[in-house]
Design a protein around this ligand. Structure first.
Ligand code: FDA
Length: 384
């Protein structure tokens, strides 16, 4: 069959691109190997889909070209997506830090996108492997279907057990587009060696400031059996490269607190002072790491300051991450230098587009990745 565009991938980006183009009159086919559309939407945000963020700005996205996202985000904003959500009567709430969730279920977002696709007469073919892709005489061929436009919307390889693949990169390479080396992002860290001692406190969470490569996030960290997780850690993982260290501030005013504790309770040990502000088992693990076992009153202020330094810059050198099996997204991807930031069309090959997570754009945790899927999807959908 002949279409105006074939969209590969029925995730958030592919579906909104399809609906946008379909409603403008284009004949659209969406192909996906999964048995249902929008599977990542369904599991997102603990089943409630954190579908956007009130604070979307270019600085909340990582890419080799940090300016690339600006045009698409400006042309289809978080407010535009929110208006669509409201037009479908979906109740929502702000949870924290500008993160917007459905009151009900993530399925409402998938149903909304499918309804928008129906309005645009979009044909969605599920449980359909993509197979080989051809290109001749200005037309792309996917199986027995052809179109002058092909949109790569197959996402990245994070969570392969949900059907995620790196097919986007193979298609890009087939057509000569460069790919920025993909890596797991928004992913827990693994710890080894001496740092494994923290596995003793697995399950304990505390508010921290996590830092890596000049980026800092103030949210919760969670000590796990394998290493470190929690929102602050997931955020910082996107900035981390193998071999580098990360640091956590677990007690920002540690120096003042310890000096005051020394005056208030000179007979107490460090652990007791820490336990006033931190979970008990964490206080114990940190005391062991600091290695001071004397009454506070017997410690010179210099020793307290050294302990405080550890608490304000608790440094870890992760052995790695928990990989694509646990990564919420994939960083890297199709090089933005190959694409128009206005339309997502490949500069080298008119008619070829790439959108969503397949592209070298990675948002912070908190609804930013879906907003990128929506904005880039609409950019391509309008251009087709
Ligand atoms: P997406 O991966 O959604 O869709 C790609 C589609 O292509 C899929 O339907 C897949 O089946 C199909 N496909 C892949 N390979 C194929 C192949 N070889 N052949 C045929 N079809 C193929 N973000 C956010 O902003 N808020 C949130 O709350 C969350 N929560 C969240 C939770 C969890 C557990 C995960 C794993 C991820 C999130 N995310 C998130 C990230 C968000 O899910 C992600 O950024 C978007 O789904 C990306 O949308 P895309 O449409 O680009 O890819």
């Amino acid at each position: 069959m002949s279409y105006d565009a074939i969209i590969l991938g029925a995730g958030g980006a592919g579906l909104l691109a399809a609906a946008t183009a379909g409603q403008a009159g284009a004949r659209i086919l969406v192909v996906d190997h999964a048995s249902e559309a929008g599977r990542k939407i369904l599991i997102s945000g603990g089943g409630r889909c954190n579908f956007t963020n009130l604070g979307v700005e270019a600085r909340c996205f990582l890419s080799e070209n940090p300016h690339f996202v600006k045009s698409a985000l400006k042309r289809y904003t978080q407010w535009d997506f929110l208006a669509l959500v409201e037009a479908h009567g979906i109740a929502w709430h702000e949870k924290t830090l500008g993160q917007l969730f459905c009151d009900g279920s993530a399925r409402q977002i998938v149903d909304m996108l499918l309804a928008e696709c129906r309005r645009g007469g979009v044909e969605i073919r599920l449980s359909t492997p993509i197979g080989e892709i051809g290109h001749a005489d200005g037309r792309f061929t996917v199986g027995r279907d052809t179109a002058p436009n092909l949109v790569i919307a197959t996402g990245g390889p994070s969570i392969p057990k949900m059907g995620a693949t790196g097919r986007a990169y193979a298609i890009a390479e087939q057509f000569g587009l460069k790919v920025v080396t993909p890596r797991p992002a928004l992913v827990p860290f693994t710890l080894g060696g001496e740092e494994r001692m923290f596995k003793e406190i697995s399950g304990i969470a505390c508010p921290v400031v996590a830092r890596a490569r000049g980026a800092a996030f103030e949210e919760a960290a969670l000590f796990t059996h394998k290493g470190l997780s929690g929102p602050a850690i997931l955020q910082i993982s996107s900035y981390w490269s193998p071999g580098e260290t990360i640091s956590l501030t677990v007690l920002a005013d540690a120096s003042d607190h310890l000096r005051a504790a020394k005056r208030r309770m000179p007979r107490a040990h460090l652990k007791a002072a820490l336990a006033e502000r931190l979970p008990n088992r964490l206080a114990e693990a940190l005391t062991a790491r600091i290695g001071i076992d004397a009454e506070l009153g017997a410690l010179p202020d210099k020793a307290l300051d050294a302990a405080a330094e550890t608490l304000t810059r608790l440094t870890f050198r992760p052995t790695g991450t928990e990989g694509y099996a646990k990564a919420e997204v994939t960083a890297g991807g199709i090089d933005t230098a190959e694409l128009s930031s206005k339309t997502m069309e490949a500069r080298k090959l008119p008619g070829l587009y790439a959108i969503g997570e397949a592209v070298d754009v990675t948002g912070w945790l908190g609804g930013y990745n879906f907003q990128w899927a929506w904005s880039s999807g609409v950019a391509a959908g309008r251009a087709i």
